[in-house]
Every structure is written in structure tokens, then in C-alpha cells.
Ligand binder design. Structure first.
Ligand code: 5GP
Ligand code: ZN
Length: 134
């Protein structure tokens, strides 16, 4: 498997480990938005959220929370962003599903997404399409 995160898990590529348990591993992103930017990954290779079993997603969420708490306490930051780029269209580069936990500092330049208003009826139409497929 030619996956950089699997190589990190096997110890073939070095990383700055923050935490691990049976199912989840957390380490520093090599190119952080801010120092402490952490990636939380499952120990088993799954490409995206659709493939990921729900129990592992739950375990990842617990670790995300733990890392966030450590950022607030240990890095003295006032907030952090969670991101998960799911599939190439959404900006996923490494095809091993991962949460980004990104500590925020004033003036760091990280921009969130642009937003727009719905046109008439558009919200109901899109809501129906979603609800039908739950
Ligand atoms: P994506 O764009 O897939 O959501 O994010 C992948 C992230 O993995 C990027 O932020 C990138 O900096 C990080 N990354 C890629 N290769 C390595 C690596 O070899 N080591 C570490 N620690 N992070 C990596
Ligand atoms: Zn992998």
C-alpha cells in the first residue's frame, strides 16, 4: 500500500506523535497552518468517511476532542478549527481519512469558506434531496 499515512503508522516515515490508542493515531501535520496543527487518523486504512465504520469514526471524534482540549490548555490558544477534506473534490490529498485539528491565532490568515444566499425554493428542493437519501 503506497499510502504515506500507512507508512507513518508502520514507522517507515518519521512523525511527531501526539497520541495513539488501539484504533486511532494522532501526529503533527508536517506543514501546519499554525504550530500544533494535528492530524487524527484511523490505524486501519480507509480512504474516506463513507468507507469508515461508525465505531472508528466515534473513536476518532473522541481523540479529536482530546487533542482540542490539549491545545486550549497547552498551547494557550482560544480556539481551533476541525476540518476533514472528504474526497479529492473537497481538497483531500492524502487518501487515508483524517481530521485536521487546527489551533487558531489572531491574524493567522486562515480563511473559511465563502457563503451565499439561497434562491427561491432552492433550499426546500435541496433539503428534500438530502432527506430522501438519509
Ligand atoms: P489533506 O489535504 O489530504 O486533507 O491533508 C493532508 C495533510 O497531510 C496536509 O496538511 C499535509 O501537510 C500532511 N502531510 C502530507 N504528507 C505528510 C507527511 O509525510 N508527514 C506529515 N506529518 N504530514 C503530512
Ligand atoms: Zn493509509
Amino acid at each position: 500500500m503506497d499510502c504515506i499515512f500507512c507508512k507513518i503508522l508502520k514507522g517507515e516515515v518519521p512523525c511527531e506523535k501526539i497520541y495513539e490508542n488501539d484504533q486511532v493515531f494522532a501526529f503533527l501535520d508536517i506543514m501546519p497552518v499554525n504550530p500544533g496543527h494535528t492530524l487524527v487518523i484511523p490505524k486501519e486504512h480507509f480512504e474516506n468517511i463513507e468507507e469508515l465504520p461508525e465505531n472508528i469514526l466515534c473513536e476518532m471524534s473522541k481523540v479529536v476532542k482530546k487533542i482540542g482540549q490539549a491545545m486550549i490548555k497547552g498551547l494557550n490558544v482560544k480556539g481551533y478549527n476541525l476540518a476533514l477534506n472528504n474526497r479529492t473534490m473537497a481538497g483531500q490529498v492524502v487518501p487515508h481519512v483524517h481530521f485536521h485539528v487546527i489551533p487558531r491565532v489572531k491574524g493567522d490568515g486562515l480563511r473559511l469558506w465563502p457563503q451565499r444566499k439561497y434562491q427561491e425554493q432552492e433550499a426546500q428542493i435541496v433539503a428534500e434531496k438530502l432527506i430522501k437519501n438519509l
